[in-house]
Design a binder for this molecule. Structure first.
Ligand code: PRP
Ligand code: ZN
Ligand code: MG
Length: 223
């Protein structure tokens, strides 16, 4: 990895976290020149640039040192800690950012009556979060099948490829539209500032400290 003197922050290219994340960085005094492809936004005042990527790629980019920080859902960050063969040690959740709140939940067909996780034994659960789901199942002592899908998890029960799902729920609209209902919560999530466990010891580390200080100021005003 070539040494960099500018700080690089990864965030979601297009999705629910994009606007609030940009807004938060603006409030921290960071402004960006729009580049034409808009995958890389050059920072105007401070030496801080933005990389706009798929949210699922953010933890890996930090672990590889391609980016110094990331704004990403706790769900994505936590799932990464269960990924086999990940490039570096566990990442740190440095700040919770108070937006993008949602839950990673078990959702079952509306007609299924759910009382406890043990009922899920022997069933197939579709999810994009196999690490978090397997960990939860293990803690509950439940032996269930995990069907990993990259997206459109909510359709799996109707297609017959799974009996129920484990996915993010925000408004609940997706579940209702697919005749599913939330049955159990695995993880309360929101956007977080993620980074390596230890600060870089060069100017980038100083910049991160400055950024954290500004962020704490902004968050305090919001409370
Ligand atoms: C999540 C999740 C559901 C939807 C739930 O997907 O997978 O599809 O949001 O939200 P709701 O309860 O408000 O309907 P997201 O839009 O984050 O995109 P992704 O699945 O492509 O990551
Ligand atoms: Zn995603
Ligand atoms: Mg979705």
């Amino acid at each position: 990895m070539k040494p960099r003197d500018r700080l690089r922050i990864a965030m979601q290219k297009s999705g629910r976290l994009t606007e609030p994340a940009l807004d938060l960085l603006n409030r921290c005094g960071l402004t960006f020149r729009q580049s034409r492809d808009k995958l890389f936004l050059f920072g105007e005042g401070e030496p801080v640039d933005l990389l706009l990527v798929r949210d699922d790629d953010i933890p890996g980019l930090i672990a590889q040192g391609v980016c110094d920080l990331g704004i990403v859902g706790r769900n994505v960050l936590s799932e990464y800690s269960f990924t086999d063969g990940r490039e570096a040690g566990p990442l740190a959740e440095w700040r919770s950012l108070g937006f993008g709140r949602c839950r990673l939940s078990i959702a079952v067909p509306q007609e299924m009556n759910y009382e406890q996780p043990q009922q899920l034994a022997g069933l197939r659960i579709a999810t994009s979060y196999p690490g978090l789901l397997r960990d939860w199942l293990r803690n509950q002592g439940v032996d269930a099948g995990v069907v990993t899908l990259a997206g459109s998890v909510e359709i799996a029960p109707r297609l017959g490829t799974a009996d129920l799902i484990c996915d993010l729920v925000q408004s609940g609209g997706t579940l209702v539209a697919n005749q599913l209902r939330e049955a159990d919560v695995l993880l309360e999530s929101e956007a977080v500032l993620a980074g390596p466990r230890t600060l870089p010891t060069d100017e980038r580390g100083d910049m991160i400290e400055l950024l954290l200080k500004r962020l704490d100021g902004v968050m305090q005003v919001r409370e």
